[in-house]
Design a protein. Structure first.
Length: 104
């Protein structure tokens, strides 16, 4: 009886070795912000995500979740850019800031 139980447990544990994990999840969507004035800050859904200015000649890239988002660039208390954007999983969406413009 003990042998049967040990053999059954060994066979069941072997099944887990061949478990199919499926395809990898797509990467998180990313907003790439360009053209923002120096000293401005990026907000996604009213949460501050970091400076909007380019760093080492590269635009600011901000990871987000899939779905509809309100993207704002603020300079002090002034909103210099606002856009409502839907972004899909794995998408890299470029946000080009044109000072004083809104895309709602």
């Amino acid at each position: 009886m003990k042998t049967f139980i040990i053999l059954a447990l060994a066979m069941l544990s072997g099944c887990s070795w061949f478990h199919f994990k499926g395809p990898p999840a797509p990467p998180s969507p990313v907003f790439i912000v360009t053209g923002a004035p120096a000293g401005s800050v990026i907000f996604i859904d009213d949460a501050q995500t970091g400076p909007a200015a380019q760093f080492n000649d590269k635009p600011q890239a901000v990871s987000s979740a899939e779905g509809m988002h309100k993207v704002e660039v603020r300079f002090g208390d002034t909103i210099v850019y606002r856009e409502n954007v839907y972004i899909k999983a794995g998408e890299r969406r470029v946000i080009t800031v044109l000072s004083g413009s809104n895309r709602e």
